[in-house]
Design a protein around this ligand. Structure first.
Ligand SMILES: [Cu+2]
Length: 132
């Protein structure tokens, strides 16, 4: 991802320079920041891991239907996402992989309710998942 951001930054810098050298028409300024933190797509659910932490402690997904979960492991440590029900029984265990890499997990339909999620490798990485 760092390389990708660098490419974007380089492209934006080049565009800014081109705009200046061509006389700087103010109306040609591109919109900025439109893509920062944007969701992957409609219904796109995602979570990232960095510094042995998830980037959020709460997740919500629709109940009673399979859902895609994009997991962005941003570091060279193995992580996954496991979901447990209120009784502590595992209802989904995503593939453990080492980053930087991403996987799209297919989470099965979950009944409405509150669940917990965690990393199987690092049980201190955890949060609350709500199916609603
Ligand atoms: Cu982990």
């Amino acid at each position: 991802m760092a390389r990708f951001r660098l490419i974007i930054a380089t492209t934006l810098a080049a565009a800014a320079l081109a705009g200046c050298s061509s006389g700087g028409s103010p109306s040609s300024a591109p919109p900025s920041g439109a893509s920062a933190g944007a969701p992957v797509g409609s219904g796109g659910l995602q979570i990232a891991a960095r510094d042995i932490k998830f980037d959020r402690t709460e997740l919500a997904l629709p109940a009673n239907q399979p859902t895609s979960l994009l997991f962005d492991n941003q570091e060279g440590a193995p992580h996954n996402v496991e979901i447990k029900n209120a009784a502590g029984a595992s209802v989904f265990t995503g593939e453990i992989f080492t980053g930087p890499a991403q996987r799209t997990y297919q989470v099965p339909a979950l009944a409405a309710g509150t669940y917990s999620f965690l990393c199987t490798v690092h049980p201190d990485m955890k949060g609350t998942l709500t199916a609603q």
